[in-house]
Write a protein that binds this ligand. Structure first.
Ligand code: OGA
Ligand code: MN
Length: 315
């Protein structure tokens, strides 16, 4: 890298909102040289659009972690597979289907990854996930994002009031890809799963808007309900939250860096041809807070989804 280049200022940054319930492309920025004003513009776009894809980047792992660090405290990532060599940058995890000498170089393989928000089984889940595309297959492997403010806002009123004060356990036993996590034993009784308890409706600490917070479906359990009741209510909530109108599916290009907000977004990955190669590097930052409900929260809906709905109606 040329050491004499000046820091990037916000002047050239372009934010292009997408015609979906969330999402924007960001261009005209080099994440390797970002000044505070440029980061402020990116951060504001992220809060407004929930997920941003910054295009045309050529960044190494250390550039990715320096950028991610601006969003909060970085999580350390565990080694995802047995026999995998530890990475020198302990904040970068590899998402890939590639195997070297039979050992996967990363996690999540080539299958579908069901809708989820990242590491919801921790007391302090990440706010920002930062995912960089290094190699992508010719087809498939798109990543979907879904607006959980809008999911809450469009929930039938009786359902919304039913879940108003409910909390759920988020299980840690299985990965988003459905694999048993290293060091855990299979659990079938959802009332006994290790993990973390979070409210089903959380207030975003920065936008002060409420969002539906489902984490992941597998082994989730709503406290205080019979198991069958909890299962039925979760199925209803998930059927609502995974509707097409809430989502945008991103088709990756090499050099894309996506940043999504796990406090108000769920994501999903399409499967892809196992013969194809896909390599993504991920960092995640947390805001240092437990998901919580703020009674003084702004009751007005988040504008992003509302604008989208209004545009649909007037079309
Ligand atoms: C993730 C994830 C999906 C993808 O990195 O948290 O779910 O598209 N990735 O690779
Ligand atoms: Mn994920």
């Amino acid at each position: 890298m040329n050491a004499t280049v000046l820091p990037q200022t916000s002047a050239g940054i372009k934010v292009e909102p997408l015609p979906y319930a969330l999402g924007a492309y960001v261009t005209g920025v080099d994440l390797r040289r970002l000044d505070d004003a440029a980061f402020a513009a990116i951060h504001a776009a992220w809060l407004e659009h929930l997920v941003i894809v910054i295009r045309g980047q050529q960044i190494g792992d250390d550039d990715q972690t320096s950028f991610s660090y601006r969003f909060g405290v970085l999580d350390e990532v565990p080694i995802v597979s047995k026999g995998q060599a530890p990475r020198y940058n302990k904040h970068i995890s590899v998402i890939s289907n590639i195997r070297e000498k039979g050992v996967p170089i990363g996690g999540l393989g080539d299958d579908e990854v069901l809708w989820h928000s990242d590491t919801s089984y921790r007391d302090q889940p990440p706010s920002a996930s930062v995912l960089q595309a290094l190699e992508i297959p010719l087809a498939g492997g798109n990543t979907g994002f879904s607006n959980m403010y809008l999911a809450l806002e469009t929930l039938p009123p009786e359902l919304r009031s039913r879940i108003d004060t409910l909390t759920a356990n988020q299980d840690i036993t299985y990965t988003a890809g459905g694999e048993l996590r290293e060091g855990f034993t299979p659990v079938t009784d959802v009332r006994k799963c290790p993990g973390a308890t979070h409210p089903l409706i959380r207030t975003h600490p920065e936008t002060k808007r409420n969002a539906l917070y489902l984490g992941r479906r597998r082994n989730a359990y709503i406290h205080g309900l019979e198991v069958a009741e909890s299962e039925a209510l979760l199925d209803t909530l998930w059927a609502h939250a995974t509707q097409d109108f809430l989502a945008w599916h991103h088709q990756w290009r090499v050099g894309d860096v996506a940043v999504w907000d796990n406090r108000c977004v769920m994501h999903h990955r399409d499967p892809f041809d196992p013969q194809g190669r896909r390599i993504m590097h991920r960092a995640q930052a947390r805001d240092g807070k437990r998901p919580a409900r703020d009674a003084a929260a702004e009751m007005a809906p988040h504008p992003r989804g509302q604008r989208y709905l209004a545009a649909q109606v007037s079309r």
